[in-house]
Design a protein around this ligand. Structure first.
Ligand code: SF4
Length: 73
C-alpha cells in the first residue's frame, strides 16, 4: 500500500496532475488541486492506494513539488 499526500498550500494550479488522470486528481472550489477520495486536514489531502504508478507520475510532474508518494509497511 502507498500513501499519497498533496500539500494544497503549495499547489501552483499548473494542472499537470489533472491532465495525467482526472479520475484521481481534480481542482477544488479554490482552484487548487485535490486528490479525489482523499481525507483533508490542514489543507493537506491524504489517500491510501494500492497502485502508485499514476500518483508517482503526478509527483514527478508536479511544478509545486507538493505531491508525495510513500510506501507503507
Ligand atoms: S501538478 Fe502539483 S502544482 Fe500542478 S495542479 Fe497538480 S498538485 Fe498543483
Amino acid at each position: 500500500m502507498y500513501q499519497v499526500i498533496l500539500e494544497r498550500d503549495d499547489c501552483t494550479m499548473c494542472g499537470h496532475c489533472v491532465e495525467i488522470d482526472e479520475t484521481k486528481f481534480n481542482f477544488d472550489e479554490d482552484d487548487r488541486a485535490m486528490i479525489i477520495g482523499a481525507q483533508r486536514e490542514d489543507n493537506v489531502d491524504e489517500l491510501t492506494v494500492e497502485e502508485s504508478e499514476i500518483y508517482e507520475e503526478a509527483e514527478e510532474n508536479c511544478t509545486g513539488q507538493c505531491i508525495e508518494v510513500f510506501e507503507e509497511d
